[in-house]
Design a protein around this ligand. Structure first.
Ligand code: PMP
Length: 435
């Protein structure tokens, strides 16, 4: 049954049924698992999320950049339903099945670069990044990993260490993994303007380039605040890696699968990573992630050195094939660009009216505004929260991000109808004006 593509509020947000469920959540689930918007979802599709009270909210979050093809996308549903009735699991390392291989073939073909590639599948973005580091260390025989200010790579011990922001991701969870080094990123709004030179200085003078297995970077830094590195930064880092035998790892977990108006964000500047990590948008919400890399790196690892019980589960693989078909058949790369073309001008004109918006940035359907105290670059997390609260009360689901908690990020499903996108922006404009 399709969901009417219409915002509809029938109770206050959250309504009584959601509040009841929230009380149960609080009694059953630890406080460490936060809640952005406490409405309990019963259905979702297109650009709409339906809650237990019958409210219909406009979705500017896509479950954090996951449901790029929309929730319960028809091709995903059809494939998963068939698969769940055929078999649900064998463990690919025990007895393989075709869909896993098909997903790997597709990723080898679709990711940047026409070199010989190999892919293997795991369950989450963190697991993909962690495995990319394992492969890079094994292939190079080197220990060090270089990451960037404002970077986010996951919550496992290694990927938490790779992540920049202390609160809430790292506080109290140390000691951290060794041999992780952090360098500046070229953040146009905040600098530094010589980030590349500083990064190279740290790598060559403090670590020694010959000790570095991998440089890991998000082509647009997601949780850090949708930071689009200054043009030229990524290609220069990639070139430095090539010259020094360092594996260049692109973490495209958040930017992947048409989100930024390219299938992968690296394509924007023609950057070809040695290893690319994918997750989130890959399978429409079923847990799946991929590690795709140069054949000679990936095949350096001995038999049995990689894998896991559930990696590339058959339901998730079928979902991924349905996602890739949907992206192609509905030309979601073009849809993502169109979303950017609608959002960016409206947000820029809002910025002209309200100096609390310090920066408007992003590409395709990965767009953000950074909020500051007017006339300064001082982050304004309180204003950000005030705007979020108003948006949520009006039935617009938005997310925050940023090292300083002052970024509002917008990640609509790429299939969102334009009238909902425009309505969402109108709600946001009102919320900014009121805040
Ligand atoms: N890398 C990036 C760039 C991410 O945005 C995320 C998730 N926000 C991760 C890695 C971790 O992915 P997961 O939550 O699936 O482990």
């Amino acid at each position: 049954m399709t969901i009417e593509q219409e915002r509809r509020l029938v109770t206050s947000i959250p309504g009584p049924k959601s509040q009841e469920l929230l009380a149960r959540k609080q009694a059953a689930v630890p406080t460490g698992i936060g809640t952005t918007l406490p409405v309990f979802v019963t259905r979702a599709g297109g650009g709409i999320v339906v809650d237990a009270d019958g409210n219909q909210l406009i979705d500017f979050g896509s479950g954090i950049a996951v449901t790029n093809v929309g929730n319960a996308a028809p091709r995903v549903v059809e494939r998963v339903q068939k698969q769940v009735a055929d078999f649900t699991h064998t463990c690919f390392m025990v007895t393989p099945y075709e869909s896993y291989v098909q997903v790997c073939e597709k990723l080898n073909e679709l990711t940047p670069g026409d070199h010989d590639k190999r892919t293997f599948l795991v369950n989450s973005g963190a697991e993909a990044v962690e495995n990319a580091v394992k492969v890079a260390r094994h292939a190079t025989g080197r220990p060090a990993v270089v990451v960037f200010d404002h970077g986010y790579h996951g919550r496992t011990l290694l990927t938490m260490t790779l992540t920049a922001k202390n609160m809430p991701y790292k506080q109290g969870f140390g000691p951290f993994a060794p041999e992780v080094y952090r360098v500046p990123v070229a953040y146009p709004f905040r600098g530094p303007s010589d980030a590349f030179e500083q990064a190279v200085d740290v790598i060559t003078k403090q670590i020694g380039a010959e000790n570095v297995a991998a440089v890991v970077i998000e082509p647009i830094l997601g949780e850090g605040g949708f930071i689009v590195p200054e043009r030229g930064f990524l290609p220069r880092i990639a070139e430095f890696c090539r010259e020094n035998g360092i594996v260049f790892v692109a973490d495209e977990v958040q930017t992947g699968f048409a989100r930024t108006g390219d299938l992968f964000a690296c394509e924007d500047e023609g950057v070809v990573p040695d290893i690319i990590c994918t997750a989130k948008g890959i399978a429409g919400g079923l847990p799946l992630a991929g590690v795709t890399g140069r054949a000679e790196l990936m095949d350096a690892v001995h038999v049995g050195g990689l894998g896991g019980t559930y990696g590339g589960n058959p339901l998730a693989c079928e979902a991924a094939l349905g996602v890739l078909e949907t992206i192609e058949e509905e030309d979601l790369v073009a849809k993502a660009r169109r979303i950017g073309e609608i959002m960016l001008p409206r947000l820029r004109s809002l910025q002209e009216r309200f100096p609390t918006i310090g920066d408007v940035r992003g590409r395709g359907a990965m767009i953000a505004i950074e909020l500051v105290k007017p006339g300064t670059k001082e982050p304004d997390a309180a204003a950000t929260q005030a705007i979020v609260k108003r948006c949520h009360a009006e039935g617009l689901l938005v997310l925050t991000a940023g090292t300083y908690g002052n970024v509002l990020r917008f990640l609509p499903p790429l299939v969102m109808p334009e009238h909902l996108l425009e309505e969402g922006l109108t709600i946001l404009e009102k919320a900014v004006a009121e805040a």
